[in-house]
Structures are given as structure tokens and as C-alpha cells.
Design a protein around this ligand. Structure first.
Ligand code: SAH
Length: 261
């Protein structure tokens, strides 16, 4: 089989350390009793080899045609479970009408977009085990009060329990990326729906972090806070000091104020 030459614009950094691939695969627990797992960006199948040892039914989605040709030769047993396409655009509903898990050594340049798609599919995605840029991995797993804590942390923590599993150095990839990598696991929590207007919640979180050094009283000005709520001490805080429950409270209050207008 012709080996695939890594392509930079697709974020291709192929793992060369098999023990790390094995650790990532073993971290997939099949939370929520799922029977299927989707690997995003299998490349040449380094992680795929170990995911095949997992009892979950494995599907692959890969954007690179050359990798697809390689994978089809390497895994004839997966046949129509090998999907050629862009994960961000692909309609997965037909293949995964029910709950499923996600695994992968993500293309780092689109990892945030991948998580926004996971959020859209949160009612079916029970678990995500992935490797990505360490900085982003830390941010997603970070608790409030930390400088890494941000919009994606709040959005994902609203629906997932997040564990930072381990750090991976650049030297175990071909070609080595410029940054360290981190492996995290997201496990779907019990929250079906937040106890507030969810659309407004997303806007409030975004607004709050718009200028993270400002107090919320300042950064949320455009939300027309009610006179009564304007004196609430929560508004003296900055966005990074609030956890999901605090943001839910804030959203409820802003919603009340809206009703009064
Ligand atoms: N899992 C492999 C490769 C990781 S590199 C390994 O660990 O060695 C990231 C992979 O994601 C590459 O193979 C790249 O082609 C693929 N990729 C990039 N953008 C993608 C997208 N939008 N949808 C699906 N796969 C993508």
C-alpha cells in the first residue's frame, strides 16, 4: 500500500507512537450504552487499529481522498462504514439516528468547529475522546476562575463532564506539530435542557467573555439589564468567575428584565 504523505492544510499529523494510540482508544468507554463510535480523521489508521479492539461498531469519516483509498485497502471489513467527507458538513443523522460516541486525533485547525458541531448533536453524542492542541484541551477542561476558561468551556461543560487525561509531546507525530497536544474525554451529563432560555444563554456567555477583563455589568450592557438587577453583586464579577449554574442564573435574570420591557 502506498503511504499517505501528510498534508499540512488538512492538519495531518500522523501519530507514530502506538502506545499513545492505544491509550486514546482505551479511554473510549461507550458511555450511555452506545453501540457505535465514529472516528474523525483516521488518516492512515494508527488510532483505528486500536479502536477496532473496542467492542463498539466503528465508523470512519475522513476528508482526504488519498487516505480514503488507503483505508479502504487496509480495512476491507469496514466497507461502507468508511465515509469520505467533511465532518463539519456531513449530515450524520442517517448513519447515526441514535446515540453514538466520537473518537479521534482531531485536525487541530478545526477543533473548535468540531466542538460546535458536537454541541449541535449533543442529544446523540454521549462521549468524545480526542486529542487536540494542548492549549485548547486545557481550556475546554478548565474550571471557572482559571485564565484558560472561556466560551467553549462553558458551552461544553453545560452538557458534558470533561476530564483532561494526558499530555502528548510533538515528537511522536509525523510531521511534529509546533505545539504540545492533550487528550480529553467528554462524557454527556444528565442535562437535557438548561433551566433558562438556551439561545439567550449562549448569547449571554458570548457577551460576557466579549471583553473578559470587564465586569459583567459592563460587558452585558447591551442586554438592557433591569434597574433592579443592575445592583446585583454577580455583575461585579468577570465572566471567567462564573460557572454554568451562574450563567443560567444570569440568563434567567436577563430574561425576566426583558419581559418587563
Ligand atoms: N488519526 C490519524 C490522523 C490525525 S491527523 C493519526 O492519529 O495518525 C487529522 C486527520 O483529520 C487527517 O487525516 C486529516 O485528513 C483529517 N481531516 C482534516 N479535516 C477533516 C474534516 N473536515 N473532516 C474529516 N477529516 C478531516
Amino acid at each position: 500500500m502506498e503511504k499517505v504523505k501528510p498534508k499540512k492544510h488538512l492538519g495531518q499529523h500522523f501519530l507514530t507512537d502506538l502506545s499513545i494510540a492505544e491509550r486514546i482508544a482505551q479511554a473510549v468507554k461507550g458511555h450511555g450504552g452506545v453501540s457505535k463510535v465514529l472516528e474523525i480523521g483516521p488518516g492512515m489508521g494508527v488510532l483505528t487499529d486500536f479502536l477496532l479492539n473496542n467492542p463498539l461498531d466503528l465508523y470512519l469519516i475522513e476528508i482526504d481522498h488519498e487516505s480514503i483509498v488507503y483505508l479502504n485497502q487496509k480495512y476491507p471489513q469496514l466497507k461502507e462504514k468508511i465515509i469520505e467527507g467533511d465532518y463539519l458538513k456531513y449530515d450524520l443523522k442517517a448513519i447515526f439516528p441514535d446515540k453514538y460516541a466520537i473518537a479521534g486525533n482531531f485536525p487541530y485547525n478545526i477543533s473548535s468547529q468540531i466542538f460546535f458541531k458536537v454541541l449541535e448533536e449533543k442529544h446523540r453524542v454521549t462521549e468524545v475522546v480526542c486529542m487536540l492542541q494542548k492549549e485548547v484541551a486545557k481550556r475546554i477542561a478548565s474550571p471557572k476562575g482559571n485564565k484558560d476558561y472561556g466560551i467553549l468551556s462553558v458551552f461544553l461543560q453545560a452538557y458534558y463532564d470533561i476530564e483532561y487525561l494526558f499530555t502528548v509531546p510533538p515528537g511522536v507525530f509525523n510531521p511534529p506539530p509546533k505545539v504540545h497536544s492533550g487528550v480529553i474525554r467528554l462524557t454527556r451529563n444528565q442535562t437535557e435542557k438548561l433551566d433558562c432560555n438556551e439561545k439567550l444563554f449562549f448569547q449571554v456567555v458570548k457577551g460576557g467573555f466579549g471583553n473578559r477583563r470587564k465586569t459583567l455589568r459592563n460587558s452585558l450592557k447591551s442586554f438592557n439589564l433591569s434597574e433592579e438587577f443592575k445592583t446585583n453583586p454577580i455583575l461585579d464579577k468577570r465572566a471567567e468567575q462564573l460557572d454554568v449554574a451562574d450563567f443560567v442564573f444570569l440568563t434567567q435574570e436577563i430574561e425576566k428584565g426583558r419581559g418587563a420591557h
